[in-house]
Design a protein around this ligand. Structure first.
Ligand code: TMP
Length: 200
């Protein structure tokens, strides 16, 4: 059985993870690969609740963390694992790393270790790509009246710092996304093709 490659693209709000996940999926499909493009929060009932909670800053960070973990265990066990076993390349626009970073920044009561523990049923991806951008730039591209609870510069400055620290310690790829889209996408495609060649 050939298990498909599992890629996640993550980073602060407005880093371009959705745009680049879609472009990468199209690129790989054009090359003849079967691709499963997915995202978190998912479209499940838990994911829908999380999207409502993203507009509510009264929700305890622990509740957020547990819901993201519940959404993810369902996502991994019901969707991702099966698609991988069917040989699909899975691309998830955000995954476990987002919980480790965002929820630990949300509250001092939340440790990385605890987040890893509650997410242990969701397997790690093969490739994690962190798109890096200054929050002042990424937020300036968003409609200011529709901002969610994490979308403010001081919070995202801290989130960015932790993403970069984690990328160093976990050997993730970091790509500067404050650049021409085609150029950023070209870098992502190059590194994914390198992994696919190694896997072949
Ligand atoms: P999105 O803007 O990429 O759709 O992501 C929604 C928001 O949810 C974004 O601010 C990051 C946040 N988030 C977490 O805090 N923890 C998680 O585990 C995930 C997947 C997202």
């Amino acid at each position: 059985m050939v298990i498909g490659l599992f890629i996640t693209i993550d980073g602060i709000d407005g880093c371009g993870s959705t745009t680049h996940s879609k472009l990468l999926a199209g690129f790989l499909e054009n090359k003849g690969y079967n691709v499963f493009l997915t995202r978190e929060p998912t479209n499940s009932e838990i994911g829908k609740l999380l999207r409502i909670y993203l507009k509510n800053d009264k929700i305890p960070p622990e509740t957020d963390a547990l819901l993201f973990a519940a959404d993810r265990s369902y996502h991994y066990l019901i969707d991702i694992k099966e698609k991988q076993e069917d040989g699909f390349i899975v691309i998830s626009d955000r995954y476990k790393e987002a919980s480790i970073v965002y929820q630990s920044v949300q509250s001092e009561r939340i440790s990385t270790k605890w987040i890893e523990e509650i997410n242990k049923f969701a397997q790690d991806p093969d490739i994690t790509i962190i798109l890096d951008i200054d929050p002042a730039i990424s937020l300036s591209r968003k409609t200011q009246k529709d901002l969610e609870k994490f979308e403010n510069t001081p919070f995202l400055d801290k989130v960015r710092e932790i993403y970069l620290e984690r990328a160093k310690s976990q050997n993730y790829y970091v790509i500067n996304s404050d650049d021409i889209i085609e150029f950023v996408q070209g870098k992502i495609q190059k590194l994914v093709l390198k992994h696919l060649k190694q896997k072949a």
